[in-house]
Design a protein around this ligand. Structure first.
Ligand SMILES: Nc1ncnc2c1ncn2[C@@H]1O[C@H](COP(=O)(O)OP(=O)(O)OP(=O)(O)O)[C@@H](O)[C@H]1O
Ligand SMILES: [Mg+2]
Length: 217
């Protein structure tokens, strides 16, 4: 089953296209690793998949109309949001609730589970701006999990994390296999090796889209 198919997608910011005719498919319910050099267009492709960047050309065919969850690259998030860690994760429920509707018990349970999954329950009450970079990154991953979206887009979620935290996040991602469709941009070879499908970008084009040969070893 295919979750999303991209056909000849062009997208960019200024005059020039960053994505120069991307043909790719995202298989349903498994993990796709998105790899490529700095500037290859990984974050741009994720933004197109998230719907935050409108393509200039080509076609995107989605199997579902449900909104995706997008955990943006670390540098893209301001450090000074006046929120606790738990508030930030709870924002992940807004897509279901609307921002001005109070969360119900089920929402709170989902938020607690997301905090627990990434191992930051003890940081719940801390200000997001006061925790370390790696801890904040885990909070943002938990926010993505709390959305229970049918497409989870992760942009280098473990960049800047220590080895233990990175392994923890890798386990969380592996556990989500089958629960949701994941696209995971990463520079870590061990992370892309653990994925089911590999999408390689080079200068705005897909140079490889293959079932991952490393799986099942
Ligand atoms: N908001 C923006 N405005 C203008 N140009 C941008 C913007 N975001 C990215 N670009 C440009 O688009 C190109 C692709 O960037 P993108 O962030 O998609 O690469 P990436 O593969 O995610 O790289 P990295 O591994 O460094 O995260 C780069 O040349 C970059 O300078
Ligand atoms: Mg990027």
């Amino acid at each position: 089953m295919i979750h999303t198919e991209l056909r000849g997608v062009h997208a960019g910011y200024g005059r020039e296209d960053v994505l120069k005719g991307v043909d790719a498919h995202i298989p349903q319910g498994v993990i796709t690793a998105l790899v490529g050099a700095n500037g290859a267009g990984k974050s741009t492709l994720l933004a197109v998949l998230a719907g935050t960047l409108k393509p200039r050309g080509g076609e995107i065919v989605r199997a579902s109309r449900a909104g995706p969850a997008f955990v943006v690259q670390r540098s893209a998030v301001p450090d000074t949001l006046p929120l606790t860690v738990r508030d930030a994760v709870a924002m992940g429920r807004w897509a279901h609730r609307g921002p001005w509707r109070p969360l119900d018990r089920r929402d709170h349970a989902i938020v607690d589970r997301a905090l627990d999954r990434v191992g930051i329950v003890d940081l719940s009450g801390r200000q997001l701006g006061e925790v370390s970079g790696g801890q904040r990154q885990r909070a943002l991953i938990a926010q993505g999990l709390a959305q229970e979206a049918d497409l989870l887009l992760l942009d280098e979620p473990s960049a800047g994390l220590d080895r233990q935290a990175r392994e923890h996040i890798a386990r969380v991602i592996a556990e989500l296999r089958g629960e949701t469709t994941i696209v995971h941009a990463t520079h870590f070879p061990d992370e892309s090796a653990g994925a089911d499908h590999l999408l390689t970008l080079d200068e705005g084009r897909v140079v490889e889209s293959v079932p991952n040969a490393h799986r099942g070893r």
